[in-house]
Design a protein around this ligand. Structure first.
Ligand code: TYM
Length: 339
């Protein structure tokens, strides 16, 4: 343990690869926040069964894939604690207590729950989708995180987390640190390339989602076919030109530049040139990233070892929080048979 501020974030092992939005909106910041912070990052497999029930072997493999991708993106197990959520029973243990202080109406107002359950049909949807944000709150509060690097779509879940932490603290004393969201600027909401009114997502398959494990030709094709607008002017204007502005944000991030510079560089050129440059910049990142991921996946035992070490480290912090919370709530401590 250090005195550095704490960071926690999570990613679901849904799909066969993370998508561009996961990387730009969140994971890239996870990598930078390994320095100067005590960082905890988890693959949230418990969350990933709320929407669908993947084949067991598929879920196992996806968990290893995401872990490998996080390492390929630059997470270093010596500088952060990387672990799998289901390895720590402390997550559901804290989640239960938080569920009991969450209002039914409060949970019903979560927009992600409303959107996702509307798609599946509320009657058919499992209760886990409803309690999803409360488990997320537990993930964060267990580690006393000060900052949570996430995309814009998670802002509301972070607000709920803060509310629950304050409520618990007010009733039982200072058990939890109140976390702040760490949300980037232009890349906090990467849009679907085919439907710029929606965010890019891995749980909703679309030709407008770019997966970081895709072949260069497929990435280039998707970017070249991105929906833009008809006025032909290269101008960053997310409100009126969402498709084009999205491409500019992607190019800015991968090309280490900014949208103002891109406006200047591409002024007077057509969208084709901008799309080609964007595709090249993404491929330049994705190719070595995919190769490194593949290499890491050839040694699953080593990956599992890294994750086991991470879980052991995470447990020291999480176990302390659960013990404190359970004591504050007044649960009778289990007595030790040996004494
Ligand atoms: P997940 O796996 O859906 O997303 C992982 C991260 O990627 C961000 N993200 C995006 N950012 C920008 N543009 C996009 N199109 C885009 N799509 C996804 C998400 O905001 C997220 O930061 N509920 C979380 C998982 C979670 C979690 C946690 C996060 C569970 N427990 C505790 C933080 C702390 C999620 O959305 O995962």
């Amino acid at each position: 343990m250090t005195d550095d501020p704490r960071v926690l974030s999570g990613i679901q092992p849904s799909g066969e690869s993370m998508q561009l939005g996961n990387y730009l909106g969140a994971v890239r910041n996870w990598v930078t926040m390994q320095d100067g912070y005590e960082a905890y990052y988890c693959v949230v497999d418990l969350h990933s069964i709320t929407l669908e029930a993947p084949e067991p072997a598929v879920l196992t493999q996806r968990t290893r894939i995401v872990a490998a991708q996080l390492l390929a993106a630059g997470l270093d197990p010596d500088r952060c604690t990387l672990f799998v959520q289901s390895h720590l029973p402390e997550h559901p243990q804290l989640s239960w207590v938080l569920e009991c202080i969450t209002g039914f109406g409060e949970a019903s107002r979560m927009t992600q729950f409303k959107d996702k359950s509307a798609r599946a049909g509320a009657e058919r949807q499992g209760v886990g989708l409803f309690t999803y944000p409360i488990l997320q709150a537990a993930d964060i509060l267990l580690y006393q995180a000060n900052y949570v690097p996430i995309g814009e779509d998670q802002r509301q879940h972070l607000e709920l987390t803060r509310d629950l932490a304050k409520r618990f603290n007010a009733r039982y004393g200072q058990a939890f640190t109140i976390p702040d969201a760490h949300i980037g600027k232009d890349a906090a909401k990467i849009l679907d390339l085919q439907d710029p009114s929606a965010k890019m997502s891995k749980s909703r398959p679309s030709a407008g989602t770019v997966y970081l494990s895709e072949e260069p030709a497929a990435i280039t094709r998707k970017i070249k076919r991105a929906v833009t607008d008809a006025d032909g002017e290269i101008r960053y204007d997310p409100e009126h030109k969402p498709g084009l502005s999205n491409l500019m944000a992607i190019l800015a991030e991968f090309g280490s530049t900014n949208v103002q510079q891109i406006e200047k560089d591409f002024s007077g050129q057509g969208y084709g040139a901008l799309k080609a440059a964007t595709a090249d910049a993404v491929v330049e990142f994705a190719q070595p990233f995919a190769a490194r991921t593949k290499e890491l996946l050839t040694d699953p035992a080593e990956l599992d070892r890294i994750l086991a070490k991470g879980a052991a480290k995470a447990r020291q912090t999480a176990g302390r929080t659960v013990a404190d919370v359970y004591k504050r709530v007044g649960f009778l401590p289990p007595s030790n048979l040996e004494s």
